[in-house]
Design a protein around this ligand. Structure first.
Ligand SMILES: Nc1ncnc2c1ncn2[C@@H]1O[C@H](COP(=O)(O)OP(=O)(O)OP(=O)(O)O)[C@@H](O)[C@H]1O
Ligand SMILES: [Mg+2]
Length: 376
């Protein structure tokens, strides 16, 4: 029997756990042409959610554009990705394609068939303009294109915070905002997982995007719906997982969609018919082994004091990390050292402050840290 859980990105047709409210909220915001900043820790399901929201929007006659800024390396590439987004919806209609060419004078689309995705779209810069000029022209073209259309649009920009890695980031923000604020028939979803960086872009008075979108933070999956989802998936695909074990899977993965899929995948793979505690543990060990390389890399550029603080938080989340008992118990050194560790680890989105205290965000990373400390 095929494994119903996924290690790869979730196809649109695959069964989706919960998120009814989030889908409804985002569809509504898009239809109201409201801009949204969608943020969460890594692998919480932002991209999968937006793809599903866009599928619904398309059925409701909203034109959808999905752009991924991951790894964007220059201001020219930002411009190209934005223009490619528009071309991705017009390239099939010759008339529309011809009209669109007039909006983007310095960029020309190169469209090739692609065995996996249907087509591949790249942009060629055909006029000598500097980066900011090219982005300005592209944003103007985008605005003119939208103004000339009677339709509604939804533009999702994934990994939006990547623009802050570029040296011209402030001018990119300025140019984009200038045009976006006058566009009427469009909603933008700005998506990202580096929450501190994203929040700075949209909530800092000195930045161009200040208060230009509502903040929407995606929570972990809720317990009841997820437990039901796990039981159903095993059952539908000819195997069985009890409520008790499904709850344990939830407890380990804490509603983190990526780990929910991965752990369930391993367990489904190991068992013949019924999951028992033994296979649950085997699955967890396999998951930890598989993630080890990524976790090692996460520790690589940290100072020893920062790593010690991570170990401490993994073992004992705490409301008051500067408490002398806590510092002594975990051999953490000075208060100044903890202050700078917090700053660094928050900026990397490794830790966060919750109502129940400071904790390591990623539950499997925390579990790995606890096990690693015991072994060392
Ligand atoms: N609602 C869901 N039901 C079941 N599985 C889900 C759900 N949402 C996400 N997943 C699983 O989690 C994985 C990670 O999701 P996704 O890539 O959408 O997260 P992300 O927040 O965009 O991650 P990143 O921060 O790395 O971009 C998906 O490949 C999918 O397997
Ligand atoms: Mg994503």
């Amino acid at each position: 029997m095929k494994n119903p859980f996924y290690l790869k990105p979730l196809p649109l047709a695959a069964s989706f756990c919960n998120r009814e409210k989030e889908i409804e909220d985002l569809v509504r915001h898009a239809k109201n042409c409201t801009n949204v900043v969608l943020s969460s820790p890594r692998r919480f399901g932002k991209t999968s959610l937006v793809k599903r929201v866009q599928k619904i929007l398309k059925k409701k006659n909203v034109e959808i554009i999905y752009i991924d800024f991951f790894g964007v390396a220059s201001i020219e590439e930002v411009a190209s990705k934005l223009a490619a987004g528009i071309y991705s919806i017009v390239y099939k209609e010759e008339n529309l394609l011809k009209k669109t060419l007039k909006f983007f004078l310095s960029l020309r689309p190169v469209i090739k068939p692609d065995p996996e995705t249907g087509i591949s779209m790249t942009m060629e810069v055909i006029r000598g303009k500097n980066g900011p000029e090219l982005l300005e022209e592209t944003m103007k073209g985008l605005s003119d294109f939208l103004a000339a259309s009677r339709k509604k649009y939804n533009v999702a920009i994934d990994e939006f915070q990547e623009i802050t890695e570029l040296k011209e980031s402030l001018s990119i923000e300025g140019i984009m905002r200038t045009y976006i604020q006058h566009q009427q028939n469009v909603s933008y979803f700005f998506i990202g997982s580096r929450r501190r960086i994203l929040s700075d872009i949209f909530n800092n008075k000195k930045r161009a995007f200040y208060k230009s979108a509502i903040n929407y933070s995606l929570p972990a999956l809720p317990s009841d719906a997820t437990v039901k989802y796990i039981i159903d998936m095993f059952k539908r695909y000819g195997k069985s997982c009890s409520k008790d074990i499904a709850k344990k899977i939830y407890e380990v993965t804490k509603g983190y969609p990526y780990y929910l899929q991965k752990l369930s995948y391993y367990i489904f793979d190991i068992i013949k018919h019924v999951v028992r505690n033994k296979e649950l543990h085997q699955g967890i060990m396999e998951l930890l082994n598989e993630e080890t390389m990524i976790f090692e890399v996460m520790l690589q550029n940290l100072k020893p004091g920062q790593i010690s603080f991570l170990y401490a938080l993994a073992k004992e989340p705490i409301i008051t990390p500067f408490n002398i008992d806590y510092l002594t118990r975990h051999r953490l050194g000075s208060i100044g050292g903890i202050q700078s560790a917090i700053k660094k680890l928050v900026s990397l989105d490794y830790i966060e402050k919750t109502p129940s205290g400071w904790k390591v965000i990623d539950p499997i990373f925390a579990l790995w840290l606890r096990k690693k400390e015991i072994i060392e």
